[in-house]
Design a protein around this ligand. Structure first.
Ligand SMILES: Cc1cc2nc3c(=O)[nH]c(=O)nc-3n(C[C@H](O)[C@H](O)[C@H](O)COP(=O)(O)O)c2cc1C
Length: 220
């Protein structure tokens, strides 16, 4: 059995029968999940739609509790309850699928809030100054992280002219070890804002690539 943690973060919805204002990242996510389950019948899915249930922003109580030593009091435990739950979902996952739009050249605030709840000292990373200038080390390992993205412009991929603008993919790839990901995959649909044939082609290729990747990971 494999467990897939499926995280949705677009503010837009997706209905297979409608055409207008549809979330492309959700559509890619649905394609991935459908294909994965086709090829791996015993798939357990943990799905979180962050646009419906946004994680809390971390605050002073959260930070104090996450750095507290020894046994936590009730208030400290309460400050970490949501984080514990979200981390537990990451721990269970073999594959983590992040379906994400690009907003203002980065990730949606709800997705950043999710990462802030999960990347936590003693839980998903350790901190040890005896390691010198690289004191942080990931705790989890062995997972596959898939980013299914959509953006309105284009040329944001590695080696392309606007890669430096793309703080969505680079940020998530940089954080991926703290989710326990040894492998990072990215598929993106481009040109949404142009709505022309380039967009149609890019979207169709993203769907095809998503299915191929889902099958590959399902059969591993
Ligand atoms: C609030 C907002 C900010 C956006 N910012 C960018 C941006 O910085 N760069 C870009 O290429 N597209 C941008 N777009 C376009 C989206 O990335 C595009 O519509 C994408 O398809 C959104 O993903 P979704 O279809 O899953 O909702 C933005 C769209 C919205 C609604």
């Amino acid at each position: 059995m494999k467990t897939v943690l499926y995280i949705i973060s677009s503010a837009r919805k997706y209905h297979p029968d409608q055409q207008q204002h549809q979330s492309i990242s959700r559509m890619l996510g649905e394609s991935f999940m459908h294909e994965f389950k086709q090829h791996h019948k015993q798939t357990e899915v943990i799905c979180r739609d962050l646009s419906i249930s946004p994680p809390a922003y971390i605050d002073q109580e959260f930070i104090a509790a996450s750095f507290a030593q020894g046994e936590l009091n009730q208030a400290q435990q309460a400050a970490l309850t949501e984080s514990d739950l979200l981390i537990n979902e990451v721990e269970q996952a073999d594959v983590i699928v992040l379906a994400s739009p690009m907003y203002n050249y980065g990730m949606p605030a709800v997705l950043k809030a999710w990462f802030d709840q999960i990347i936590r000292i003693g839980k998903t990373f350790s901190f040890d100054l005896s390691r010198g200038d690289e004191p942080l080390a990931p705790v989890l390992s062995g997972k596959h992280l898939v980013l299914l993205a959509s953006w309105g412009e284009f040329n944001f991929r590695k080696g392309e002219t606007k890669y430096a603008f793309n703080h969505l993919s680079s940020h998530i790839e940089q954080l991926s070890p703290y989710l326990g990901a040894d492998a990072f995959y990215e598929i993106a649909s481009e040109y949404q804002e142009f709505g022309d044939s380039r967009h149609e082609e890019s979207r169709a290729k993203a769907i095809a690539d998503t299915r191929i990747l889902a099958k590959h990971l399902a059969l591993l």
